[in-house]
Design a protein around this ligand. Structure first.
Ligand SMILES: [Zn+2]
Length: 214
């Protein structure tokens, strides 16, 4: 099961493909099959054996190892093909990159991702989680519901700060110069620094409102 199309989550497909059917949301197969070129990527089309052979639009269950393993599609969050996997017997949930534990997330705006959608999806997952669930994030250490709630809190707080400044007419360079409050400093990491997170929020909400340009 692929949680989305990014290479750090599908790079093993070419090895697993000849051995087992690969399952993914429809847009994951599309992006892997077509290859993709954007300012951030230049990805060649994946070889046939690395493509998902079972695709789904909204949800799919695999009955395996004595439990139901259910994958649900969440639209326009990290990408446009995100799947969150519920291991219903083991009480484990794999969130793919809809969860970066303790880190600012990468939201792939060039692959159909959207910051507001991302926050909504995280909130929706929280509302569906059973008690004492173990959560596997796409990046970072194994997590609890409290860790996921902290992540959701960070998303709403930092996004709120940036949106408020946007409403005041500040440009992205000014907002980056202001920075985020010290309590969010430790969430900055090499791939998604505080600056990159601010830029992502700014670009995502500018695209939504259609009124502001960076
Ligand atoms: Zn990813």
């Amino acid at each position: 099961m692929n949680t989305h199309w990014h290479g750090d989550h599908t790079g093993g497909n070419g090895v697993f493909g000849p051995e087992a059917p690969i399952i993914a949301q429809t847009n994951v197969r599309k992006r892997l099959a077509d290859g993709y070129s954007s300012p951030n990527y230049n990805v060649k089309p994946a070889p046939k054996e690395a493509l998902p052979v079972v695709t789904f639009d909204q949800t799919l269950s695999v009955h395996f190892n004595g439990e139901e393993i259910r994958v649900l599609h969440f639209p326009h969050g990290h990408t446009d093909g995100d799947g969150v996997i519920f291991f219903t017997g083991a009480n484990v949930v794999h969130m793919g990159d809809d969860f970066f534990n303790g880190m600012f997330p990468f939201v792939d705006l060039d692959s159909g991702g959207d910051v507001e959608g991302y926050m909504k999806n995280v909130g929706d997952v929280i509302s569906k989680l059973p008690a004492n669930v173990k959560i596997i994030p796409g990046h970072g250490p194994l997590a609890s519901i409290d860790d996921l709630k902290r992540f959701h809190h960070m998303l709403t707080e930092t996004t709120g700060i940036v949106r408020k400044k946007m409403a005041e007419g500040k440009k992205v360079e000014q907002i980056k110069a202001d920075g985020l409050p010290a309590e969010w400093k430790s969430w900055s990491w090499e791939f998604v620094s505080s600056d990159r997170w601010i830029e992502t929020i700014y670009r995502s909400f500018s695209a939504r409102s259609g009124s502001q340009k960076p």
